[in-house]
Design a protein around this ligand. Sequence first.
Ligand code: UDX
Length: 476
Amino acid sequence: MKVSVIGAGYVGLTTAACLAQIGHDVFCSESDVEKLSKLQNGGMPIFEPHLQDVIKGVRKVGRLRFGSTEEAIAWGDAIFICVGTPPLANGDADLCAIEGVARAIAKRASGYRLIIEKSTVPVQTGGQLRKHLSVHSTNGLRYDVASNPEFLREGTSVEDFLHPDRIVIGADSPRAADLLHEIYEPIVKQRFTCPIHSDCPKRKDPTFLATDTNSAELIKHASNSFLAMKISFINMVANLCEVVGADVTKVAEGMGLDPRIGPAFLNPGIGFGGFCFPKDVQAFVRIAEKSGCDFSLLREVEKINQRRVEHFVEKIRKELWVVRGKKIALWGLAFKPNTDDVRFAPSLTLVKALLDEGAEVNAYDPEAMEKAKSVLPNITYCSSPYEAAEGADAIVIVTEWDEFRQVDWDRLRLAVERPLVVDGRNMLDAAEVTRRGFHYVSVGRPVVTPGQLPSAAKDVHSVEGVQVEAASVLAK
Ligand code: UDX
């Protein structure tokens, strides 16, 4: 099918590339001329595993082209709207870009078009779109408006698009529902050449959930808000574990074994960030408020998340005593691994707090430093975790990049001023790090010092040379 995708951000670019990968003839437009020319010249405006290769492959066979919005409107029988809906100051989603695209379609398109909102939008946006198109259409446009929320995660967006758990569509006409089913059929049947897995393992066919537009729109906000709630919940449990001397990793494991809870999104840390969770929770609270529903539960989820960085800074203060004048090696700036995205990343708030306390920050991130430089000008950017750790009073882990699991702790032991690791993602093995002579502090788990035993080990078997501070907490 001839399909257009308007907007080449994470969602638009992944959607365009993957729809072309499964066989459709795709036109992707971008209004940012610099970004557009980069794409037209084979460049990538974002770091996203596999995406550049997919784009190269489908462009080579002529199934993907980049151009202007006007060209995209003229091209596709189906038009996916994937423009940004950033948060406004009051937390509402900014729908200007969507409205602008709808106006352009109304003015330019003729004949039948299926217009699909894929950006994250408040409930009832589909209804607004329909009204707007009928008010402004001047070319005899016949159309359907449908909703098709995406559940892509940055860092795994290509995999998430091609191997989703579910495809949700909201369509108020059988024609729109049929067209969307036709578009997604190769994915529903998992029949396409997979650009990621050479021997693509037989996966469970995704569920194709067809419902009305309002419900589909709500599924997106509700899903993201629920996941954010799970994270804030386990972060509160982590706080409790720190006081009573329990191990949140064990608690989460015990909870997650219950299929009604599930193990996913129970990793405590310094809070959720990125361009989705913070703004989607805010927007959902606003949508509810405007509909007379007091979603104080989600407001609490936000508050808990906003307090995570301060709670983490308190850990650093507790270890360093005086933060002023200390050298902090900051490992990780991206809001999560496998992306270069620092939007709403906890690292931004953490760096500000450390600089405000007079610390010197030497940071390293495998991918996100270029993007971070524009928002964090007052720190030193290093070429490796080792350079960042040179003379450090503390190594502070902010993003759980795999690279940090492979570092040489003996080499680091010689580089640092003080062997202290404060792990904001619980990514390291306490016994291993302390065996290398580092004092190890993490989230919701016992603090471990060289020569003391991690709590869990104490119960099952003893590991020579490492012991637990938690016991002393209990003793008190
Ligand atoms: C999210 C949703 O997962 C995705 O379905 C939706 O389409 C877009 O928003 P993304 O923002 O890419 O995707 O990141 P995700 O992997 O969900 O992580 C969000 C934040 O939560 C990150 O900061 C991550 O570090 C944090 N997180 C995640 C936790 O703190 N603990 C967890 O257990 C999981």
